[in-house]
Write a protein that binds this ligand. Structure first.
Ligand SMILES: C[S@@+](CC[C@H](N)C(=O)[O-])C[C@H]1O[C@@H](n2cnc3c(N)ncnc32)[C@H](O)[C@@H]1O
Length: 238
């Protein structure tokens, strides 16, 4: 199900039914897992052709800057067709999760073709991770937060499974700070969900709702309209 609860472009919700106020404050569009899964099943055959090159500069920049050490346990949320999975240092242990079987099938073929042996792939919902608390050194969500129905719940889960002192990193497009662009993104968001993402997720509101203070926020990709948001999970490093 996809519902639009504000088409006025004002950025604030008008309707009293549907998603709660917190979700509405993040984006004018509201999606559910079934919808997103169907979209990714449909687009999996052309995902690499379009989203491969257009998002790749951001992927490379992000991976180069990840705070990684030999032997680290990495969790990639929304591993998709496995483009990042082949880019991590081979001395790290990587788990990639995704809830789309079609995307995971492509990821499996890609890592086998590249001879990648340090990556395991699991079918799982990012909003309900099947891992113990504190299981990973780094939890990374590249181009996923604007895809999932509940970005805040996914970010909380990412923090839960990250060890104290570890890092949670989000690479994502957020609503522009330019008013005209922001307006266009709100208008387009109900359309862009059909190709896999909401164009208008609000970064300050997202951070406010998660309750986590980012360590850094950098602009990445070409053009530089994507953000790399890094959090460090509180607690002593282990
Ligand atoms: C835009 S793609 C990003 C893929 C990859 N990270 C990349 O850099 O190309 C988003 C991925 O998130 C997955 N996804 C969306 N919602 C999810 C959820 N709730 N749980 C797990 N995966 C999800 C989709 O199936 C899709 O493969």
């Amino acid at each position: 199900m996809i519902s639009l609860f504000n088409q006025s472009g004002s950025g604030r919700a008008d309707a009293v039914v549907g998603p709660d106020a917190a979700t509405r404050a993040l984006s004018v569009t509201d999606v559910e897992n079934e919808f997103v899964e169907r979209v990714y099943t449909d687009i999996s055959w052309w995902y690499d052709l379009f989203f491969g090159p257009t998002l790749h500069a951001g992927r490379l920049e992000a991976i180069r800057g990840l705070p990684l050490s030999a032997g680290d346990r990495i969790l990639e949320i929304g591993v998709g067709t496995g483009i990042n999975a082949c880019l991590y240092p081979r001395d790290c242990r990587v788990t990639g999760i995704d809830f789309s079987a079609s995307m995971l099938a492509k990821a499996g073929r890609r890592i086998r073709a590249h001879g990648v042996r340090n990556v395991e792939l699991l079918e799982m919902d990012a909003a309900d991770l099947q891992f113990e608390d504190d299981s990973f050194d780094l939890v990374y969500a590249p181009y996923v937060i604007s895809v999932v129905p509940d970005p805040v719940q996914v970010t909380r889960e990412m923090h839960r499974v990250c060890r104290p002192g570890g890092h949670v990193v989000v690479l994502n497009h957020f609503r522009s700070e330019n008013r005209l662009m922001a307006w266009a993104e709100r208008v387009l968001s109900p359309l862009t969900v059909h190709v896999g993402f909401k164009a208008d997720v609000d970064l300050p509101e997202f951070i406010r709702q998660t309750g986590y203070e980012p360590l850094s926020i950098e602009k990445v990709n070409i053009p530089r309209i994507w953000s790399l948001v890094t959090f460090r999970k509180d607690g002593p490093a282990v």
